[in-house]
Design a protein around this ligand. Sequence first.
Ligand code: SAJ
Length: 414
Amino acid sequence: MKNICVFGLGYIGLPTAAMFAHHGANVIGVDVNQHAVDTINQGKIHIVEPGLEAIVKQAVDNGKLKASLTPVHSDAYLIAVPTPFKGNDHEPDLSYIHAVSKALAPLLEKGDVVILESTSPVGATEKMVEWLAEERSDLTFPKYHEPENEADIFVAYCPERVLPGKVVEELISNDRIIGGMTKESTKKAQEVYRIFVEGELLETNSRTAEMAKLTENASRDVSIAFANELSIISDKLDINVWELIELANHHPRVNILQPGAGVGGHCIAVDPWFIVNQNPNEAKIIRAAREINDSKPDWVIGKIKAEVDKLKEIGIDKPTVALLGLAFKPDIDDLRESPAVNIAEKLLNNSALGVLLVEPNITTLPSKLESGDLVELSEALEKADIITILVGHAQFKHTSFNIDKVIIDAVGIV
Ligand code: SAJ
């Protein structure tokens, strides 16, 4: 497996391509984004991920990694393009995988390996094979129900499970699920990942691998929803939810996660919907968890509004609310799909309030919050009437909130 072509140079594709190149493979990374291609070919990166730029630079300088708008024939093709939603019912949009299939099909030769990594609904790998087969009637492709029968092309689904912020380390050390359409496809895909993966390469079929990826994130979503539901019940009963969870977790077989302002990011808040969309009548807990977690930002806004009303009653006409944290989780600068941004956006639209935003990991606000004031923590603590902690950043954990102000703590710091 000397030559590898990686489609999609985003948060997963780029680190994966760089890792293959760093371990001696000749890698062509393909992306439709000219800016990404140019940046990578200069040995730089267009995303934020600790430790990645050095690996990309070395691989580019050594001539092992090249980015391009067009693919070339390779021994293995790895697909890591987005699968967003389309329509109003969280239906996965496989058009990026379809476009890659069309670009890749003309290059295929007997013995090549095609691996899908994009988070996908169950059956997407078989759909991809259909698209490839439509273009190449001269080749045979594997069939899900005939795992012992060999074909000209080897196909597998191999999901990633790296944690943003720790991608470089986890790509190497995590165990991987290798879901071949046939037994031989699993073996061939294992050979590809063995180039750099030190974790176990667990064998299964493509549908189980697709479902495993969705299951991992849905499982975490359900666990967080349980914690968020407890926080709402505890608030009603005037119980401290953080103490409650701490106590319950002393039970040897209980391990409850932490409530927060909601669930953000591009994985846990998205992937469970693929299961719900495909199994609307069966996926009851998974749907409920999504709804509970998605409604948590509005619940936090309700708490803020209740405090605002109390201040108005005592004559403070336009109270100022400080929102501490905008990122989707602690100690990162990533604001995408962040519940804190959602809360900030809604409060900024309320002209009866002053709003101060604190996010120590960024220097400029995203366009949807451009009407807001990004200030230092000290200024917010001094000027605001209501302090709302939305993200458990280290800076906030090291701050004493021993001040005479209303504090709403969505993440249990105080
Ligand atoms: N959160 C809570 N309470 C908790 C834990 C998390 O409210 O106790 C919130 C976070 O604040 C954040 C959201 O959940 O808003 C998601 O954060 P996360 O750290 O749980 O996960 P991600 O989205 O950064 O990465 C997840 C990981 N999946 C699992 O842990 C099962 C990662 O391993 C996957 O590779 C990644 O999704 C992905 O790409 O699918």
